[in-house]
Design a protein. Structure first.
Length: 263
């Protein structure tokens, strides 16, 4: 599989993993549709590409996309054939469940789950019509197990796994593929943008993110997983071993995970 001369729609393209996906896809010869809420940031990312005229900015608010599937589908059709959806947009959390207002739980689920799958539902008719397509879903290691200060975030990522595991089975006959990526500690601003229990921005770069895997390395592994049509891949450092330990022994996993630093 090659990205050259293919069209890729990248959600959350204004920073972090999404921004790096745009850079590496463009370098690989893809035509990229950049989506996020911040138009200025999207235009800045686009202007820094080698051939910005080959790419398109399409502003999108995941929190409001769930009610606009028909509108989004019509807009996508105007872009022509689309080969990849990189469903990367999302919002994290830094608060105990006890201290998290239900409005925050709902907001995170609306963005991370409903916003995510609404874009997939919008693009599926296009993929079916053209007879091919590949959806890359950026979940998290928190989508494989719960962790401190992540109750709503972890729940939203767990939900994605259930949806996309079902979707892959259903759409395989239509030549539509799904890859779920579970990043661990990656050096991105995800913790800075995370919500507190009151819904404010956390505003702090966690030590785990600051010392995490460089985002360039993470994205190279993501694109390799897509090229190899992997169903699910863990990306990160030693924290990814926790997933394997949980499979073998939950009691051992719990002893280890409860001693880990939440930030």
């Amino acid at each position: 599989m090659s990205f050259k001369n293919k069209t890729a729609w990248v959600i959350g393209a204004s920073s972090g993993i999404g921004e790096e996906l745009v850079k590496q896809l463009a370098k690989a010869g893809a035509r990229v549709i950049l989506s996020a809420r911040n138009v200025d940031s999207l235009n800045k990312v686009k202007s820094n590409l080698s051939h910005p005229e080959n790419h398109i900015v399409y502003p999108l608010d995941l929190e409001k996309s769930g009610n606009k599937i028909v509108e989004i589908t019509k807009q996508l059709e105007s872009f022509g054939e689309i080969h990849f959806l990189f469903n990367n947009g999302g919002l994290s959390q830094r608060s105990d469940a006890f201290d998290t207002e239900i409005t925050v739980d709902k907001k995170i689920m609306e963005i991370n789950y409903f916003g995510n799958i609404s874009l997939t539902k919008a693009i599926l008719p296009i993929f079916r019509k053209q007879g091919n397509g590949h959806i890359l879903v950026v979940s998290s290691i928190a989508g494989k197990f719960g962790f401190y200060l992540r109750s709503a975030y972890s729940a939203s990522k767990h939900a994605l796994h259930g949806f996309y595991e079902s979707l892959r089975l259903e759409e395989e006959k239509n030549n539509i593929h799904v890859t779920i990526v579970c990043p661990g500690k990656i050096n991105t601003p995800i913790s800075t943008n995370a919500l507190t229990g009151k819904g404010d921005a956390h505003g702090v770069m966690d030590h785990n993110q600051e010392t995490g895997m460089p985002v360039e390395v993470c994205v190279k592994r993501i694109l390799r997983a897509v090229e190899k049509n992997k169903f699910e891949v863990l990306i990160g450092g030693k924290e990814t071993f926790a997933v394997r330990i949980k499979r073998l022994s939950f009691s051992l996993f719990f002893k280890i995970i409860k001693r880990q630093n939440a930030t």
